[in-house]
Design a protein around this ligand. Structure first.
Ligand SMILES: Nc1nc2c(ncn2[C@@H]2O[C@H](COP(=O)(O)OP(=O)(O)OP(=O)(O)O)[C@@H](O)[C@H]2O)c(=O)[nH]1
Ligand SMILES: [Mg+2]
Length: 369
């Protein structure tokens, strides 16, 4: 995809860029041939700035997101400081075909300051197409949706959509149905960037559900322990992986014969399971899967399981946790992320809804140009 190829190797070389989670990078001074100078930088217009700033600084989740590996081509949240270490602003720096798009919280004075510093760093402000002013309905909708999309990957895809969507849709409507329909179904997965997928942990007491919730979300959200039936309520956490977000729910365990757990807790677990997009069933050592259709079954506490059944997961085996996260992200967004980069973009919510209900995708796409 041209947009990514054109990305300069490093933004703002003489800025100290501090990412959250104490990961600090001090970048080198620019050389005259620095690609930043060749590519220039541009500010998004106020609505775009507001949307992105909200997206990145308004949600605690996005700070947490930096505990994960950010997607290499995704917009990055940076704290921009001057040479004395004074914090000038937080900014979102996003790659674009014309250089870097900079989105900052501050008003005109902060922007002026940042502009000066960027120019001193070898950057050149360029008059790029203003994303917000593009006439197509698609671009406008994509920019509006930036405020509500979730996850770094979603923000990156939507920016691609805002910038190159009309061209890509033009290409898409020219495809034969044989190509267009799989493409639409992959794009349909983009809805999981707006309405986060719900994954329900499910299984017998002591299967390790609460421990797994805590590990996958990187937080002590639920109490875990040997006492069977410890969890009495539904507890929600957010899993962030590869720039994507998923909602994860812990629930009371299912007791053999249901006598050891009160009916209310059991019913609660059942109700949440029915509402979930996916049930992740954990089967502890010595027990068998429930054989309920549609469950994603994992053998839990496999470090203790002499049979070492597969697929297995253990909170003591980081590789097994990573593989499970991959699998969950794959399941919901895999087809979208696997599209050739040329066609990989997230569509605005309203268009996705129209495509989901309409029977004439070609006509609907055409109307969005
Ligand atoms: N060895 C090992 N122990 C685990 C693992 N996961 C959980 N445990 C232990 O298993 C016990 C039960 O874990 P929980 O996470 O509370 O299990 P649960 O499924 O939430 O149980 P309920 O809330 O009672 O339904 C705790 O003592 C955990 O420390 C694992 O992967 N390996
Ligand atoms: Mg529990």
């Amino acid at each position: 995809m041209a947009l990514r190829k054109a990305r300069p190797s490093r933004p703002f070389p003489n800025f100290r860029v501090t990412l959250r989670q104490n990961r600090t990078t001090v970048l080198a001074l620019p050389t005259p041939s620095n690609r930043l100078a060749a590519n220039g930088f541009a500010w998004l217009t106020p609505p775009g700035v507001a949307a992105l700033s909200l997206l990145w600084t308004g949600h605690e989740l996005f700070f947490q997101a930096f505990g994960c590996q950010p997607a290499p081509d995704a917009p990055t949240l940076s704290t921009l400081r001057d040479g004395d270490g004074l914090v000038l602003d937080r900014a979102v720096v996003a790659p674009s075909a014309q250089g870097w798009l900079v989105c900052s919280h501050g008003g005109p004075v902060t922007r002026q300051l940042l502009t000066r510093r960027l120019e001193q760093a070898g950057g050149r402000q360029s008059n790029v197409d203003n994303l917000w002013n593009q006439p197509e309905r698609l671009s406008k909708a994509a920019l509006t949706d930036l405020a509500v999309i979730r996850g770094e990957t979603g923000a990156a895809l939507l920016l691609v959509c805002a910038e190159r969507g009309p061209q890509l849709i033009r290409e898409a409507v020219a495809l034969t149905d044989e190509f267009l329909l799989p493409l639409l179904s992959a794009w349909a997965e983009a809805r999981f960037l707006y309405y986060l997928p719900r994954v329900q942990l499910w299984g017998p007491v002591n299967a390790g559900k609460s421990s797994l919730l805590n590990e996958l979300c990187g937080q002590e959200l639920a109490r875990a322990g040997e006492v069977p039936g410890l969890t009495r309520d539904v507890i929600e956490g957010t899993l962030c992986h590869r720039g994507c977000l998923l909602r994860l729910f812990d629930a009371p365990g299912i007791a053999q014969g249901a006598a050891a757990i009160d009916t209310a807790a059991y019913e609660l677990a059942e109700q949440w399971r029915k509402e979930a997009d996916l049930t992740l069933e954990l089967v502890p050592p010595g027990q068998d899967p429930s054989s309920q259709p549609g469950h994603l079954v994992y053998f839990s506490r496999v470090d203790e399981d002499p049979q070492g059944r597969k697929p297995g997961v253990s909170v003591h085996r980081p590789a097994s946790l990573g593989a499970l996260k991959d699998r969950l992200v794959e399941r919901f967004l895999g087809r979208l992320l696997a599209l050739p980069q040329r066609l990989q973009m997230a569509l605005p919510k309203t268009l996705l809804d129209e495509l989901a209900t309409g029977t004439q995708p070609r006509k609907i796409l055409q109307q969005w140009l």
